[in-house]
Write a protein that binds this ligand. Structure first.
Ligand SMILES: [Zn+2]
Ligand SMILES: [Zn+2]
Length: 251
């Protein structure tokens, strides 16, 4: 639950701001991402170890490419159901530490920094997003949502759409299976794990037909989750699916 600005002020007196990556104390002015300091909330040392994803990348999944190619081998052999995935940061260093603490140790201060960083980095892209009819996020299974108390992808979606005014539609995709985290599994297990894990809610199918959709998630690992979500959306008639994630694992 979001605290009011007065209680946030009181909170900051009790718990002075610290780096979302390494917990070093920060001055108030460097504790929040801004246009001037888009990685505010992370100390200088942590910022230096954060890698913004850059070209050359696979035109479909965003994986870094070393040679002068347009697509990675994985996308050539098994093209995913989404049209294009973009990630903001490599899943490493301070951003990985912050995301982990947010998701698994309930560190909502780190979560708020990540949402604000996501907002800073996605706002300049938003002029391209008029092409999308809907913005969705990867859903959690209801049981996982109950345990965790929040869906980190929804929080990112919310942070982004507050600025862009895009129409967010969090109820369209449903997660039917409580899947294991993908990083704990081998390649084949990952495919089985996610098989038919998602569907478009039956009453929402008309909201997907012939629509261009932007799908948000916190982390793209192998792309299997984004692929399964996109497959369910395309099965329901979606025209185009692009994906944007805060981080991307470099495999
Ligand atoms: Zn730090
Ligand atoms: Zn690729």
């Amino acid at each position: 639950m979001r605290r009011t600005s007065v209680s946030e002020w009181a909170w900051s007196l009790l718990f002075p701001p610290c780096c979302a990556g390494c917990r070093t104390s920060l001055g108030v002015e460097e504790s929040i991402p801004s246009e001037k300091n888009p990685l505010g909330g992370f100390c200088r040392q942590c910022q230096e170890g954060m890698f913004v994803m850059q070209e050359p990348q696979c035109s479909t999944c965003g994986h870094p490419l070393t040679q002068n190619k347009t697509h990675c081998q994985r996308c050539i052999l098994q093209p995913p159901a989404f049209d294009r995935a973009t990630s903001l940061f490599a899943y490493a260093g301070a951003i990985r530490a912050a995301l982990h603490r947010y998701k698994f140790r309930d560190d909502h201060a780190a979560g708020r920094i990540l949402q604000a960083v996501f907002q800073q980095y996605t706002t300049p892209l938003s002029h391209d997003w008029k092409q999308y009819d809907r913005v969705l996020c990867v859903p959690l299974h209801p049981r996982r949502l109950m345990q965790r108390g929040f869906n980190q992808a929804w929080q990112l979606l919310h942070a982004m759409t507050v600025v862009t005014g895009e129409q967010k539609s969090p109820d369209i995709l449903q997660r039917l299976k409580e899947t294991k985290p993908q990083y704990q599994l081998g390649h084949h297990e990952r495919q089985d794990n996610l098989e038919q894990a998602f569907r478009v809610a039956p009453k929402q199918r008309h909201n997907v037909q012939n629509q261009s959709i932007l799908l948000i998630d916190d982390l793209l690992t192998t792309g299997a989750t984004a692929h399964q979500c996109s497959q369910a959306l395309k099965l329901a008639g979606a025209k185009k699916i692009d994906v944007i994630t805060l981080c991307r694992a470099i495999l």
